[in-house]
Ligand binder design. Structure first.
Ligand SMILES: Cc1cc2nc3c(=O)[nH]c(=O)nc-3n(C[C@H](O)[C@H](O)[C@H](O)COP(=O)(O)OP(=O)(O)OC[C@H]3O[C@@H](n4cnc5c(N)ncnc54)[C@H](O)[C@@H]3O)c2cc1C
Length: 375
Protein backbone atom coordinates (compact mmCIF):
# COMPACT_ATOMS: atom_id res chain seq x y z
CA UNK A 1 0.00 0.00 0.00
CA UNK A 2 1.35 3.46 -0.85
CA UNK A 3 1.48 6.42 1.52
CA UNK A 4 -1.56 8.43 2.51
CA UNK A 5 -2.40 11.81 3.96
CA UNK A 6 -3.85 10.61 7.25
CA UNK A 7 -4.04 7.35 9.17
CA UNK A 8 -6.86 7.18 11.70
CA UNK A 9 -6.28 4.54 14.38
CA UNK A 10 -9.54 3.31 15.91
CA UNK A 11 -12.86 2.59 14.20
CA UNK A 12 -15.27 3.76 16.93
CA UNK A 13 -17.52 6.81 16.39
CA UNK A 14 -14.68 9.34 16.78
CA UNK A 15 -12.36 7.66 14.29
CA UNK A 16 -15.11 7.00 11.75
CA UNK A 17 -16.28 10.64 11.97
CA UNK A 18 -12.74 11.95 11.43
CA UNK A 19 -12.11 9.59 8.49
CA UNK A 20 -15.46 10.54 6.95
CA UNK A 21 -14.76 14.27 7.10
CA UNK A 22 -11.29 13.90 5.61
CA UNK A 23 -12.37 11.52 2.85
CA UNK A 24 -15.20 13.90 1.86
CA UNK A 25 -12.73 16.68 1.15
CA UNK A 26 -10.64 14.35 -0.98
CA UNK A 27 -7.86 13.44 1.45
CA UNK A 28 -6.36 9.99 1.12
CA UNK A 29 -7.26 8.54 4.50
CA UNK A 30 -6.86 5.08 5.95
CA UNK A 31 -8.97 3.91 8.89
CA UNK A 32 -7.40 1.05 10.89
CA UNK A 33 -10.42 0.04 12.93
CA UNK A 34 -8.85 -2.08 15.67
CA UNK A 35 -11.36 -4.66 16.91
CA UNK A 36 -13.53 -6.04 14.11
CA UNK A 37 -16.61 -4.39 15.67
CA UNK A 38 -19.06 -7.28 15.65
CA UNK A 39 -19.17 -7.87 19.42
CA UNK A 40 -21.81 -6.32 21.69
CA UNK A 41 -20.76 -2.91 22.98
CA UNK A 42 -22.15 -1.05 25.97
CA UNK A 43 -22.81 2.71 25.56
CA UNK A 44 -26.20 3.07 23.90
CA UNK A 45 -27.83 6.29 25.14
CA UNK A 46 -27.58 8.96 22.48
CA UNK A 47 -28.94 12.36 23.59
CA UNK A 48 -31.14 14.49 21.29
CA UNK A 49 -28.35 16.99 20.49
CA UNK A 50 -26.54 14.23 18.54
CA UNK A 51 -29.04 14.87 15.74
CA UNK A 52 -27.16 18.09 14.89
CA UNK A 53 -23.80 16.35 14.71
CA UNK A 54 -25.16 13.50 12.59
CA UNK A 55 -26.61 16.14 10.26
CA UNK A 56 -23.27 17.99 10.09
CA UNK A 57 -21.57 14.70 9.28
CA UNK A 58 -24.08 14.14 6.47
CA UNK A 59 -25.33 10.82 7.91
CA UNK A 60 -28.60 11.83 9.60
CA UNK A 61 -30.88 10.20 6.99
CA UNK A 62 -28.80 7.07 6.99
CA UNK A 63 -28.93 6.99 10.79
CA UNK A 64 -32.71 7.55 10.96
CA UNK A 65 -33.28 4.77 8.41
CA UNK A 66 -31.65 2.33 10.82
CA UNK A 67 -34.53 2.59 13.30
CA UNK A 68 -32.68 2.72 16.58
CA UNK A 69 -35.05 2.84 19.57
CA UNK A 70 -36.31 6.34 20.37
CA UNK A 71 -35.71 7.45 23.95
CA UNK A 72 -38.21 10.00 25.27
CA UNK A 73 -36.54 10.95 28.53
CA UNK A 74 -34.75 9.90 31.69
CA UNK A 75 -35.95 8.64 35.00
CA UNK A 76 -33.65 9.03 37.96
CA UNK A 77 -33.70 7.96 41.55
CA UNK A 78 -31.06 10.39 42.63
CA UNK A 79 -30.93 12.58 45.73
CA UNK A 80 -34.10 10.95 47.12
CA UNK A 81 -35.97 7.66 47.10
CA UNK A 82 -38.64 8.70 44.58
CA UNK A 83 -38.13 8.38 40.83
CA UNK A 84 -38.05 11.71 38.98
CA UNK A 85 -38.83 11.76 35.28
CA UNK A 86 -37.36 14.25 32.78
CA UNK A 87 -39.10 14.36 29.43
CA UNK A 88 -37.28 15.23 26.18
CA UNK A 89 -40.48 16.98 25.09
CA UNK A 90 -38.77 20.18 26.24
CA UNK A 91 -35.65 19.50 24.18
CA UNK A 92 -35.48 21.56 20.95
CA UNK A 93 -33.84 18.61 19.19
CA UNK A 94 -36.64 16.17 19.97
CA UNK A 95 -36.09 12.71 21.39
CA UNK A 96 -32.86 10.81 21.91
CA UNK A 97 -32.12 7.18 21.12
CA UNK A 98 -31.09 3.86 22.60
CA UNK A 99 -28.74 2.49 20.00
CA UNK A 100 -27.76 -0.85 18.71
CA UNK A 101 -24.09 0.12 19.10
CA UNK A 102 -22.74 -2.49 16.68
CA UNK A 103 -25.06 -1.16 13.95
CA UNK A 104 -24.36 2.50 14.80
CA UNK A 105 -20.57 2.15 14.73
CA UNK A 106 -20.78 0.05 11.55
CA UNK A 107 -22.95 2.66 9.83
CA UNK A 108 -20.38 5.39 10.56
CA UNK A 109 -17.52 3.26 9.21
CA UNK A 110 -19.57 2.44 6.10
CA UNK A 111 -20.22 6.16 5.55
CA UNK A 112 -16.47 6.83 5.79
CA UNK A 113 -15.78 4.05 3.29
CA UNK A 114 -18.48 5.33 0.90
CA UNK A 115 -16.86 8.78 1.07
CA UNK A 116 -13.58 7.24 -0.10
CA UNK A 117 -11.71 6.27 3.07
CA UNK A 118 -9.80 3.00 3.00
CA UNK A 119 -11.29 1.11 5.92
CA UNK A 120 -9.30 -1.89 7.12
CA UNK A 121 -11.31 -3.92 9.64
CA UNK A 122 -9.58 -5.87 12.37
CA UNK A 123 -6.32 -3.96 11.92
CA UNK A 124 -4.42 -2.26 14.73
CA UNK A 125 -1.77 0.39 14.79
CA UNK A 126 1.09 -1.62 16.28
CA UNK A 127 3.94 0.88 16.07
CA UNK A 128 4.84 4.32 14.80
CA UNK A 129 8.00 6.27 14.08
CA UNK A 130 8.60 9.76 12.73
CA UNK A 131 9.98 10.21 9.25
CA UNK A 132 10.73 13.51 7.53
CA UNK A 133 7.23 14.46 6.41
CA UNK A 134 5.14 12.55 8.91
CA UNK A 135 5.02 8.99 10.17
CA UNK A 136 5.88 5.43 9.31
CA UNK A 137 3.15 3.30 10.82
CA UNK A 138 3.14 -0.46 11.41
CA UNK A 139 -0.35 -1.93 10.99
CA UNK A 140 -1.06 -5.43 12.14
CA UNK A 141 -4.06 -7.47 11.02
CA UNK A 142 -6.10 -10.03 12.88
CA UNK A 143 -4.15 -12.79 11.10
CA UNK A 144 -0.89 -11.43 12.50
CA UNK A 145 0.26 -10.10 9.10
CA UNK A 146 1.74 -6.62 9.29
CA UNK A 147 2.48 -3.83 6.91
CA UNK A 148 4.26 -0.47 7.12
CA UNK A 149 2.43 2.55 5.71
CA UNK A 150 3.54 6.17 5.68
CA UNK A 151 1.29 9.15 6.31
CA UNK A 152 1.57 12.88 6.94
CA UNK A 153 -0.78 12.98 9.96
CA UNK A 154 -1.99 10.52 12.57
CA UNK A 155 -5.33 10.67 14.36
CA UNK A 156 -5.63 8.84 17.65
CA UNK A 157 -9.15 7.45 17.98
CA UNK A 158 -8.14 4.38 19.98
CA UNK A 159 -10.49 5.17 22.88
CA UNK A 160 -9.30 5.11 26.47
CA UNK A 161 -6.09 3.31 25.38
CA UNK A 162 -4.91 6.57 23.72
CA UNK A 163 -2.37 4.40 21.96
CA UNK A 164 -0.97 7.00 19.54
CA UNK A 165 -0.85 9.90 21.99
CA UNK A 166 0.96 7.85 24.60
CA UNK A 167 3.46 6.53 22.07
CA UNK A 168 4.03 10.13 21.01
CA UNK A 169 4.91 10.95 24.64
CA UNK A 170 1.65 12.37 25.99
CA UNK A 171 0.60 11.47 29.53
CA UNK A 172 -2.94 10.34 30.32
CA UNK A 173 -4.27 11.08 33.79
CA UNK A 174 -7.28 9.34 35.31
CA UNK A 175 -9.38 11.18 37.87
CA UNK A 176 -10.94 8.13 39.41
CA UNK A 177 -11.16 4.35 39.34
CA UNK A 178 -14.76 4.11 38.12
CA UNK A 179 -15.60 0.67 36.73
CA UNK A 180 -18.80 -0.49 35.05
CA UNK A 181 -20.18 -4.01 35.34
CA UNK A 182 -22.79 -4.66 32.70
CA UNK A 183 -25.08 -7.49 31.73
CA UNK A 184 -27.84 -8.01 29.15
CA UNK A 185 -31.33 -9.19 30.05
CA UNK A 186 -34.19 -10.53 27.92
CA UNK A 187 -37.88 -10.68 28.77
CA UNK A 188 -39.22 -14.10 29.57
CA UNK A 189 -41.90 -15.15 27.06
CA UNK A 190 -45.40 -14.47 28.27
CA UNK A 191 -44.58 -11.42 30.42
CA UNK A 192 -46.23 -8.06 29.71
CA UNK A 193 -44.31 -6.12 27.04
CA UNK A 194 -41.91 -3.55 28.51
CA UNK A 195 -42.60 -0.23 26.74
CA UNK A 196 -40.51 2.03 28.98
CA UNK A 197 -38.26 3.89 26.56
CA UNK A 198 -36.54 6.04 29.18
CA UNK A 199 -32.98 5.80 30.44
CA UNK A 200 -33.05 4.81 34.11
CA UNK A 201 -30.43 5.84 36.66
CA UNK A 202 -30.55 4.93 40.35
CA UNK A 203 -28.06 5.91 43.05
CA UNK A 204 -27.05 3.49 45.81
CA UNK A 205 -24.63 3.62 48.76
CA UNK A 206 -21.64 2.37 46.74
CA UNK A 207 -22.36 3.61 43.24
CA UNK A 208 -25.20 3.82 40.76
CA UNK A 209 -27.27 1.62 38.45
CA UNK A 210 -28.25 2.25 34.85
CA UNK A 211 -30.65 0.56 32.50
CA UNK A 212 -31.85 1.13 28.93
CA UNK A 213 -33.94 -0.91 26.52
CA UNK A 214 -32.10 -1.38 23.23
CA UNK A 215 -33.68 -2.00 19.78
CA UNK A 216 -33.49 -5.80 20.13
CA UNK A 217 -35.89 -5.49 23.11
CA UNK A 218 -33.14 -6.48 25.53
CA UNK A 219 -32.28 -4.39 28.57
CA UNK A 220 -28.72 -3.38 29.24
CA UNK A 221 -28.05 -3.02 32.95
CA UNK A 222 -24.87 -1.58 34.42
CA UNK A 223 -23.53 -0.90 37.90
CA UNK A 224 -20.93 1.84 38.31
CA UNK A 225 -18.64 1.87 41.32
CA UNK A 226 -14.96 2.29 42.20
CA UNK A 227 -12.82 -0.74 41.52
CA UNK A 228 -11.61 -0.94 45.16
CA UNK A 229 -15.14 -0.89 46.56
CA UNK A 230 -16.35 -4.07 44.94
CA UNK A 231 -15.44 -7.72 44.75
CA UNK A 232 -14.71 -7.83 41.04
CA UNK A 233 -14.64 -11.62 40.50
CA UNK A 234 -18.04 -11.91 42.21
CA UNK A 235 -19.64 -9.15 40.12
CA UNK A 236 -18.41 -10.89 36.98
CA UNK A 237 -20.66 -13.87 37.68
CA UNK A 238 -24.40 -13.90 36.96
CA UNK A 239 -25.14 -14.87 40.56
CA UNK A 240 -22.93 -12.08 41.94
CA UNK A 241 -24.47 -9.51 39.60
CA UNK A 242 -27.97 -10.65 40.59
CA UNK A 243 -27.05 -10.31 44.27
CA UNK A 244 -25.71 -6.82 43.61
CA UNK A 245 -29.00 -5.96 41.90
CA UNK A 246 -30.83 -6.66 45.17
CA UNK A 247 -29.24 -3.42 46.40
CA UNK A 248 -31.27 -1.44 43.86
CA UNK A 249 -35.00 -0.96 43.96
CA UNK A 250 -36.10 0.86 40.83
CA UNK A 251 -33.83 -0.95 38.35
CA UNK A 252 -34.59 -4.30 39.99
CA UNK A 253 -38.31 -3.65 39.49
CA UNK A 254 -37.73 -2.75 35.84
CA UNK A 255 -36.21 -6.19 35.44
CA UNK A 256 -39.12 -8.17 36.76
CA UNK A 257 -39.97 -10.67 34.04
CA UNK A 258 -36.43 -10.49 32.62
CA UNK A 259 -33.64 -13.02 32.73
CA UNK A 260 -29.89 -12.48 32.28
CA UNK A 261 -28.62 -13.63 28.88
CA UNK A 262 -24.96 -12.68 29.08
CA UNK A 263 -22.08 -13.13 31.48
CA UNK A 264 -21.42 -9.79 33.21
CA UNK A 265 -18.39 -7.89 32.02
CA UNK A 266 -16.34 -5.15 33.66
CA UNK A 267 -14.93 -2.12 31.82
CA UNK A 268 -13.08 1.04 32.76
CA UNK A 269 -15.57 3.91 32.92
CA UNK A 270 -13.51 6.64 34.55
CA UNK A 271 -12.78 10.22 33.65
CA UNK A 272 -9.42 10.67 31.96
CA UNK A 273 -7.56 13.24 29.92
CA UNK A 274 -4.26 13.79 28.16
CA UNK A 275 -1.78 16.47 29.19
CA UNK A 276 -1.68 17.41 25.49
CA UNK A 277 -4.47 16.37 23.09
CA UNK A 278 -2.29 17.05 20.05
CA UNK A 279 1.35 17.32 19.09
CA UNK A 280 3.65 17.33 16.12
CA UNK A 281 1.55 15.77 13.32
CA UNK A 282 -0.84 13.89 15.61
CA UNK A 283 -4.13 14.69 17.30
CA UNK A 284 -6.37 12.71 19.68
CA UNK A 285 -10.16 12.52 19.36
CA UNK A 286 -13.03 10.97 21.34
CA UNK A 287 -12.22 9.02 24.49
CA UNK A 288 -8.54 9.08 23.58
CA UNK A 289 -8.52 12.85 24.10
CA UNK A 290 -11.02 13.04 26.97
CA UNK A 291 -13.08 10.27 28.52
CA UNK A 292 -16.19 10.95 30.58
CA UNK A 293 -18.03 9.41 33.48
CA UNK A 294 -21.00 7.77 31.65
CA UNK A 295 -23.35 9.59 34.04
CA UNK A 296 -22.82 12.54 31.70
CA UNK A 297 -24.16 10.63 28.65
CA UNK A 298 -21.68 12.75 26.75
CA UNK A 299 -19.20 10.20 25.39
CA UNK A 300 -20.77 9.60 21.98
CA UNK A 301 -21.58 13.24 21.37
CA UNK A 302 -18.01 14.15 22.24
CA UNK A 303 -16.69 11.38 19.97
CA UNK A 304 -18.72 12.69 17.01
CA UNK A 305 -17.91 16.34 17.73
CA UNK A 306 -14.18 15.87 18.22
CA UNK A 307 -13.92 13.50 15.22
CA UNK A 308 -15.66 16.08 13.05
CA UNK A 309 -13.75 19.09 14.37
CA UNK A 310 -10.32 17.46 14.43
CA UNK A 311 -10.90 16.00 10.94
CA UNK A 312 -11.54 19.50 9.61
CA UNK A 313 -8.56 20.86 11.54
CA UNK A 314 -6.20 18.23 10.13
CA UNK A 315 -7.45 19.02 6.62
CA UNK A 316 -6.40 22.64 7.18
CA UNK A 317 -3.10 21.61 8.76
CA UNK A 318 -2.30 19.57 5.64
CA UNK A 319 -2.48 22.91 3.82
CA UNK A 320 -0.12 24.49 6.38
CA UNK A 321 -2.94 26.28 8.22
CA UNK A 322 -2.58 25.64 11.97
CA UNK A 323 -5.61 27.70 13.07
CA UNK A 324 -8.06 24.79 13.06
CA UNK A 325 -5.89 22.81 15.47
CA UNK A 326 -5.49 25.74 17.87
CA UNK A 327 -9.26 26.16 17.82
CA UNK A 328 -9.70 22.42 18.43
CA UNK A 329 -7.41 22.56 21.47
CA UNK A 330 -9.32 25.43 23.03
CA UNK A 331 -12.75 23.86 22.32
CA UNK A 332 -11.60 20.66 23.99
CA UNK A 333 -10.44 22.62 27.04
CA UNK A 334 -13.88 24.29 27.18
CA UNK A 335 -15.65 20.92 26.95
CA UNK A 336 -13.52 19.57 29.78
CA UNK A 337 -14.26 22.56 32.03
CA UNK A 338 -18.02 22.32 31.40
CA UNK A 339 -17.99 18.55 31.92
CA UNK A 340 -16.19 18.84 35.26
CA UNK A 341 -18.58 21.53 36.48
CA UNK A 342 -21.62 19.43 35.53
CA UNK A 343 -20.21 16.25 37.03
CA UNK A 344 -19.66 18.06 40.33
CA UNK A 345 -23.25 19.34 40.29
CA UNK A 346 -24.72 15.88 39.47
CA UNK A 347 -22.82 14.11 42.23
CA UNK A 348 -23.47 16.88 44.75
CA UNK A 349 -27.20 16.41 44.15
CA UNK A 350 -26.95 13.03 45.89
CA UNK A 351 -26.42 13.61 49.62
CA UNK A 352 -27.92 10.47 51.17
CA UNK A 353 -24.60 8.69 51.82
CA UNK A 354 -22.04 11.44 52.63
CA UNK A 355 -19.84 9.04 54.57
CA UNK A 356 -19.66 6.30 51.96
CA UNK A 357 -16.34 6.40 50.05
CA UNK A 358 -17.94 6.41 46.60
CA UNK A 359 -19.86 9.63 47.31
CA UNK A 360 -17.25 11.23 49.58
CA UNK A 361 -14.64 10.93 46.80
CA UNK A 362 -16.95 12.66 44.36
CA UNK A 363 -17.90 15.54 46.58
CA UNK A 364 -14.45 16.38 47.96
CA UNK A 365 -12.45 16.23 44.69
CA UNK A 366 -9.83 13.77 43.42
CA UNK A 367 -7.30 12.36 45.90
CA UNK A 368 -3.79 13.78 45.66
CA UNK A 369 -1.56 12.00 43.13
CA UNK A 370 -4.24 10.77 40.70
CA UNK A 371 -2.94 7.82 38.68
CA UNK A 372 -0.95 8.81 35.60
CA UNK A 373 -0.36 6.56 32.64
CA UNK A 374 2.36 7.13 30.10
CA UNK A 375 3.23 5.40 26.84
C1 LIG B 1 -19.96 1.34 30.67
C2 LIG B 1 -20.03 2.49 29.72
C3 LIG B 1 -21.26 3.01 29.36
C4 LIG B 1 -21.33 4.07 28.47
N1 LIG B 1 -22.54 4.57 28.13
C5 LIG B 1 -22.63 5.60 27.29
C6 LIG B 1 -23.88 6.14 26.91
O1 LIG B 1 -24.92 5.61 27.31
N2 LIG B 1 -23.90 7.21 26.07
C7 LIG B 1 -22.75 7.78 25.61
O2 LIG B 1 -22.82 8.77 24.88
N3 LIG B 1 -21.55 7.29 25.93
C8 LIG B 1 -21.45 6.21 26.75
N4 LIG B 1 -20.25 5.69 27.04
C9 LIG B 1 -19.05 6.26 26.42
C10 LIG B 1 -18.93 5.92 24.93
O3 LIG B 1 -19.10 4.53 24.73
C11 LIG B 1 -17.57 6.37 24.44
O4 LIG B 1 -17.41 7.73 24.79
C12 LIG B 1 -17.42 6.24 22.91
O5 LIG B 1 -17.49 4.89 22.52
C13 LIG B 1 -16.08 6.84 22.50
O6 LIG B 1 -15.91 6.64 21.13
P1 LIG B 1 -14.41 6.57 20.55
O7 LIG B 1 -14.57 6.40 19.10
O8 LIG B 1 -13.61 7.68 21.09
O9 LIG B 1 -13.78 5.27 21.20
P2 LIG B 1 -14.22 3.75 21.12
O10 LIG B 1 -15.66 3.66 20.80
O11 LIG B 1 -13.74 3.15 22.40
O12 LIG B 1 -13.42 3.15 19.91
C14 LIG B 1 -12.03 2.97 19.97
C15 LIG B 1 -11.66 1.97 18.92
O13 LIG B 1 -10.23 1.94 18.82
C16 LIG B 1 -9.83 0.61 18.61
N5 LIG B 1 -8.41 0.51 18.97
C17 LIG B 1 -7.84 0.39 20.19
N6 LIG B 1 -6.50 0.32 20.07
C18 LIG B 1 -6.23 0.42 18.74
C19 LIG B 1 -5.04 0.43 17.98
N7 LIG B 1 -3.82 0.30 18.54
N8 LIG B 1 -5.12 0.56 16.62
C20 LIG B 1 -6.33 0.68 16.01
N9 LIG B 1 -7.49 0.68 16.70
C21 LIG B 1 -7.44 0.55 18.03
C22 LIG B 1 -10.77 -0.20 19.46
O14 LIG B 1 -10.83 -1.55 19.02
C23 LIG B 1 -12.09 0.55 19.23
O15 LIG B 1 -12.77 0.03 18.11
C24 LIG B 1 -20.15 4.62 27.94
C25 LIG B 1 -18.91 4.10 28.29
C26 LIG B 1 -18.84 3.04 29.18
C27 LIG B 1 -17.48 2.50 29.55
Amino acid sequence: MGGCDVIVAGGGPAGAAAALVLARVGRRVLLATGAAGDEFRVGESLPPVARLLLRDLGVLDRFLAECHAPCYGNVSVWGGADPVSTDFIFDPNGHGWHLDRIRFDRMLRAAARDAGAIVIPGTRLAGMARNGQGWQVALSGSTGASEVVSCRWLIDATGRAAHVARQAGAVRTRDDALIAFYCRFRQVTGTRADRDSRTAVEAGPDGWWYSARVPSGERVVAFFTDVDLVDKPTMLTRAGFATGLLGSRYVRELLSGYTAISTPRGVDAGTGHLDAPLGDRWVAVGDAALSFDPLSSQGLVNALFTGLTAGRAVDRALDQDPVGLADYRSRLAGIERAYRRNREVYYAAEQRWPDRPFWRRRTTGPPPGSPRESG
